[in-house]
Design a protein around this ligand. Structure first.
Ligand code: WT7
Length: 659
């Protein structure tokens, strides 16, 4: 039986074995030019914000354009928050129009490089024209404020244009990562009841291409809410355009004029739904709203990335994930920054693509994931050292704990021992960065996201909610509402309350284990539930299990993770087959492909082991902890793994009982 709650009970004690003593203060040069330039300044900001959070968040909101100013900063009826209630604004207006009215009009907003090396530059002025046109296209398509729009495309500027156009007219965007399968699209489109799907004909990947339109065609056979599909030509795939339903992006853009008044939206108007894994099979539609998200996306970006008008900022995340929403699209654009966007794979045509990009485009800030860093380490230092990376001044990471050795490599080879590293902790639900060094202020230590941002009250607590002592492992919680917090799980308030607010009283439970060290730095110890982090993406192991069990040959499946050098975690599936099936190589491949089809290639189990039976408690709950141990410490791998391995587990059966 899968439990819905991200339950603290699932891990009795969290012990931490890491002890890291290296410390790296920012250089005097970096600090003197930084937006926050000393620890004293940070401490004061933090203390002032903690003393009066509403005053702090009210001040942060002053910098934006409001059609009508808010009446109250925060209206908090736990666990439901309204931020800037009574106000009217538009995040798209704040992200582009305000810059177009300034000297930034002809500044590059997006510098894009395709996998084949082709380049496009969109100034704020050009981005504004395109977004206005496409906003008019949405109106032509009958999209009204509050309607949901699904977006399924690769990393091209039109993805950001589509997102901003939705925000301009008040439509709720639901970006679906272009690596997801037809089944995953169907599920997300149906849950959000999207009226319109925006996709591309295809997306380039490692010199080849993937036909996205075919996948959409398969997905929307079972989505009654979808009225039309708009298709952007990217790869010139052969696609089938269905009369009355499908329309070419370029045809519609040809009909639209390039000026469009932004909708004057309530602060709490829904901005987007983004699906993320939970501990049951069904993904959770995380709902974010307009004004609060805008305020934190912009201010966190300014503080954490120390953004300056001269910077060229490169974030390697896909817009299909929250990092892409907040720190590729909204955060940088709200600050009038120049964003560099790359279409393709980091190892295409070779392992030095990112370093080559950094050198050619003189990137100054680079934000990536630990999983990518580990892959670069494995590929070899020579790919990095042959490029001139002197333009870089700041580095960042996100997605999972970075192991200190990977941090040191990043510091040495990419940062040339001079760039601060911001290790940023946050979640799809938090909307923006919560815990991170401020690069001109915070001395960093490899492996910790350090201290919370001003206005963010995080703590590490015991099961009973009391604060842990220094270096005592516990549960990471957030004790005060924050502007970019999720408002609910789309269409499911009950699940929202249960998942995040029932474990501890009046505190948001993150699902992560953590400890605070003597300096108050937060060390994340990973997730405490059945959700694993693979390559920086959160996957519900039960989703993978559901996918496996949906195959005709599978009777039962349990999926656990084991540490993996490159991916952070690898997925190991223990599968019990129906009697008439034989576990062999062929079936193993078939099952892996089946999961890829059901969820997407990132969820493919790295290993599948055949099990005659799964170790269970008397109440029938699979003892995943035992399987985790087996998956982690067993020398025997892959094909040679046979049923006998489970003899060990069989003997444990009935001796140990988990609730
Ligand atoms: C989970 C959230 C936030 C965008 C990417 C992932 C883990 C995230 C860090 C970090 C240690 C981290 C946590 C968190 N995580 N950043 N800097 N150090 N762990 O978003 O898919 O919502 O996953 O990723 O476990 O709860 P997500």
């Amino acid at each position: 039986m899968a439990t819905e709650k991200t339950t603290a009970q699932s891990s009795d004690s969290i012990s931490s074995v890491l002890s890291e003593r290296r410390k790296f203060p920012p250089s005097a040069e970096f600090s003197s030019n930084a937006n926050v330039s000393s620890m004293e300044q940070y401490e004061k900001l933090y203390a002032d914000a903690a003393a009066d959070p509403e005053k702090y968040w009210g001040e942060q909101a002053e910098q934006f354009h409001w059609f009508k100013k808010w009446d109250t900063v925060l209206d908090w009826k736990p666990p439901y928050a309204k931020w800037y209630d009574g106000g009217k604004t538009n995040i798209c207006y704040n992200a582009i129009d305000v810059h177009v009215k300034s000297w930034r009009k002809n500044k590059a907003a997006i510098i894009w490089e395709g996998e084949e090396g082709n380049e496009r530059i969109l100034t704020y002025g050009e981005l504004h024209r395109q977004v206005c046109k496409f906003a008019n296209v949405l109106k032509i398509a009958g999209i009204k404020p509050g309607d949901r729009v699904a977006i399924y495309m690769g990393m091209v500027p039109e993805l950001i244009i589509a997102v901003l156009a939705c925000a301009r007219v008040g439509a709720v965007h639901n970006v679906i990562f272009a690596g997801f399968s037809a089944h995953a699209i169907t599920e997300r489109v149906n849950d959000s009841r999207a009226k319109l799907v925006i996709c591309a004909d295809g997306t380039r990947r490692r010199g080849g291409s993937i036909n996205l339109k075919n996948i959409v065609d398969e997905a929307i056979v079972n989505t009654p809410s979808v009225r039309s599909v708009i298709v952007l030509k990217v790869t010139n795939e052969t696609v089938h355009m269905h009369d009355g339903m499908d329309h070419w992006w370029h045809d519609l853009m040809g009909l639209a004029v390039d000026d469009c008044e932004p909708a004057q939206l309530d602060s709490e108007h829904p901005l987007f739904v983004l699906y993320t894994s939970g501990s049951t099979g069904k993904p959770k539609g995380i709902l974010h709203t307009t004004a609060g998200y805008m305020v934190h996306a912009a201010t966190s970006f300014k503080y954490v990335f120390d953004i300056k008008d001269e910077d060229i900022y490169f974030c390697t995340a896909d817009v299909g994930w929250i990092t892409g929403h907040t720190y590729m699209a909204y955060g940088p654009l709200l600050n009038g920054a120049t964003v560099f966007m790359y279409e393709g794979a980091p190892n295409y045509p070779q392992w030095d693509r990112f370093w080559d990009i950094i050198n050619r485009h003189k990137i100054t800030i680079f934000y990536t994931a630990p999983t990518a860093i580990r892959a670069f380490i494995r590929a070899g230092n020579e790919w990095v050292t042959k490029h001139d990376l002197r333009s870089l001044r700041l580095l960042g990471t996100v997605g999972e704990p970075i192991n200190p050795e990977a941090w040191m490599w990043y510091h040495k080879y990419v940062g040339q021992e001079k760039c601060p590293i911001v290790d940023t902790w946050w979640q799809t639900e938090t909307g923006g960065i919560m815990v991170s060094p401020l690069p001109g202020a915070t001395p960093t230590k490899p492996g910790t996201a350090t201290r919370p941002l001003p206005g963010i009250m995080v703590d590490v607590v015991r099961k009973d909610g009391t604060t842990c002592d220094a270096n005592e492992g516990g549960y990471l919680v957030i004790k005060q509402p924050w502007p970019s917090m999720l408002r609910t799980i789309y269409g499911d308030n009950e699940r929202y309350e249960k998942t995040y607010w029932s474990e501890f009283q009046n505190m948001y439970f993150t699902g992560d284990g953590a400890r605070k060290d003597d300096d108050g730095y937060i060390w994340i110890m990973g997730r405490v539930d059945d959700v694993v982090n693979v390559s920086g993406h959160r996957l519900g192991t039960s989703e993978v299990e559901s996918a496996l069990v949906s195959h005709e040959s599978v009777a039962e499946a349990a999926v656990v993770s084991r540490p993996d050098e490159i991916k952070g975690n690898a997925l190991v599936a223990f599968v019990t087959l129906k009697d008439e099936y034989e576990g062999d190589m062929k079936l193993r491949e078939a099952l892996r492909n089946h999961v890829a089809k059901e969820i997407g290639p990132i969820a493919k189990p790295d290993e599948i082991r055949w099990a005659k039976g799964l170790p269970k408690t008397r109440s029938g709950k699979i003892m995943r902890r035992l399987l985790r141990e087996l998956a982690t410490s067993n020398e025997v791998k892959g094909d040679v793994t046979t049923l006998e391995d489970f003899g060990v587990l069989e003997t444990l059966r009935g001796q140990e009982d988990e609730n």
